[in-house]
Write a protein that binds this ligand. Structure first.
Ligand code: ATP
Length: 461
């Protein structure tokens, strides 16, 4: 692989160029980054391959019908769609900060102040959806993206549906979502949509604070869930990592009886949601920054980790300052629907990238295009890096192959016995090799665990 690999682009239409490095992979294809070379605006493009996924059409249609009606700060915007016989393109607001799970340190979590801000934004986006009578049905960190300004954006409306129409609510009877995030009543059916979405938010809340998922399935057969349900959880993780107020909130959101579960408005009014977290000190729950700490136990973050995270923030947690000029994007997306799209003709890539970034491709400006925390650099040749990687994967008995894009693809199972697929791209940059890990299928937290293990092996090799 050469330095060309990071700068390969393809003309999409007019001024829009497609950055060939894949942002993500979904059930029916890939997500790529489009950049306007004049204005430098960026949008994400979900490419659905109908030849490969014959049954994609109906699901994509459902997703589009719902997504195009949404317009909210905390929801990924849908800009447009282009359909061709074998391929389809969905144009979406680009979330430059990547996926939420990238910010969660396995078994540790993230600073409480960040969790609080993300919870507020998640609830705000969800309230908008629910007000419109729409339920997401698959809230989880892998479907929550972060903008360049650090604003949370709910994404992936593949499972969303209407639960209220003309003021009349319908109960749902389809079991859908992702197992560890499913509310217990979803297994019993029929169930109400809003409390089920809020339960998933409760699991996300615990995952953000502790870097752990409490159980693989909220059913009586599951030992961890059973302990929770029977009030025998207090000494177990993740609960033992939570401060009193956080635990109290978790208790009320993850209330097994949906009738007793907090409503969205009630969650917003809970004391933990109004704590002023002190950015410098080790974290404790204090109300309005004035009263005494409510508990002796720190929540997920040890002081050192908190400081480290705050010294090197991965996202800026400020109010949005939208740099996207929507009118230009809309105009260009409209144009694309009349133009012939071309993904196959490479342009003078290196020239363009120099023009776009106004400096040669380096570690820094590449990091700014696609932000991911699951990556690290090594000072080895590309061949040596590949050899080392393969021998580590073999020694860990991980099944791997090299895919069509020359990425190393690993298929394994996580500790909960669920399938986990991720890819590693080797990219040459600044005379170093970047190992860029990307989740394709499975749990983000489990993927991060594997990433950290492989990184440790690599560094000790
Ligand atoms: P799933 O298998 O979860 O149903 P999907 O086909 O619905 O996947 P998405 O989850 O929407 O696809 O996207 C797959 C991945 O692509 C995401 O996890 C994310 O990494 C990336 N991605 C999707 N949309 C965007 C976006 N708007 N901005 C940045 N990255 C994105």
């Amino acid at each position: 692989m050469s330095s060309e690999d990071i700068s390969t682009t393809t003309v999409f239409v007019q001024d829009w160029l497609c950055f060939d490095n894949i942002l993500g992979e979904g059930a029916f294809g890939e997500v790529k980054l489009l950049i306007n070379k004049r204005t430098q605006e960026k949008i994400a493009c979900k490419i659905i391959n109908h030849d490969k996924y014959k049954d994609a059409s109906s699901q994509i249609n459902r997703e589009v019908v719902i997504h195009k009606t949404l317009d909210h700060e905390n929801i990924i915007k849908f800009f447009g769609r282009r359909q061709e016989p074998s391929k389809e393109y969905l144009f979406l607001e680009y979330a430059e900060g990547g996926e939420l799970f990238q910010l969660i340190e396995p078994d540790v979590g993230m600073p409480s102040g960040s969790v609080q801000l993300f919870m507020k934004q998640l609830l705000c986006g969800l309230k908008y959806l629910h007000t419109k009578g729409i339920t997401h049905r698959d809230i989880k960190p892998e479907n929550i993206l972060i903008s360049a300004e650090g604003v949370l954006k709910i994404s992936d409306f593949g499972m969303a549906t209407y639960f209220r129409f003309k003021g009349k609510e319908r109960w749902l009877d389809k079991k859908c979502g992702t197992k560890p995030y499913l509310a217990p009543e979803v297994f019993l059916r029929p169930y109400r949509a809003e409390p089920a979405d809020l339960w998933s938010c409760g699991i996300v809340f615990v995952a953000m604070l502790t870097g752990e998922l409490p159980w693989s399935l909220a059913t009586d057969e599951n030992a961890e869930f059973n302990q929770w349900n029977n009030d025998m959880y207090i000494l177990n993780t993740p609960w033992s990592k939570l401060g009193y107020m956080a635990l109290s909130l978790a208790r009320k959101i993850l209330q097994v009886d949906p009738k007793k579960r907090l409503t969205l408005d009630e969650i917003e009014r809970q004391p933990w949601m109004h704590v002023h977290f002190n950015a410098e000190a080790p974290e404790e729950d204090t109300v309005d920054g004035t009263s005494e700490p409510r508990c002796k136990r720190y929540n997920s973050m040890v002081a050192e980790e908190t400081i480290l995270n705050r010294e090197k923030p991965t996202v800026t947690l400020s109010q949005p300052n939208s740099s996207l000029r929507q009118s230009t994007i809309m105009q260009t997306v409209k144009t694309t629907s009349n133009d012939h799209l071309c993904f196959s003709q490479p342009t003078q890539n290196d020239n363009w990238m120099v023009q776009f970034t106004q400096s040669p491709i380096t570690k820094d400006n590449f990091d700014n295009l696609i932000k991911r925390m699951t990556r690290f650099y090594v000072s080895m040749t590309k061949e040596r890096t590949m050899e080392t990687l393969c021998s580590i994967l073999d020694s860990l008995h991980l099944t791997w192959s090299v895919d069509v894009n020359r990425a190393v693809s690993i298929t394994t199972t996580d500790s909960l016995k669920n399938q986990l697929i991720f890819k590693i791209n080797l990219i040459e940059m600044d005379k170093k090799i970047l190992l860029d890990f990307r989740l394709c299928k499975g749990c983000g937290l489990q993927f991060k665990r594997k990433f950290l293990k492989l990184k440790e092996y690599f560094i000790n090799n």
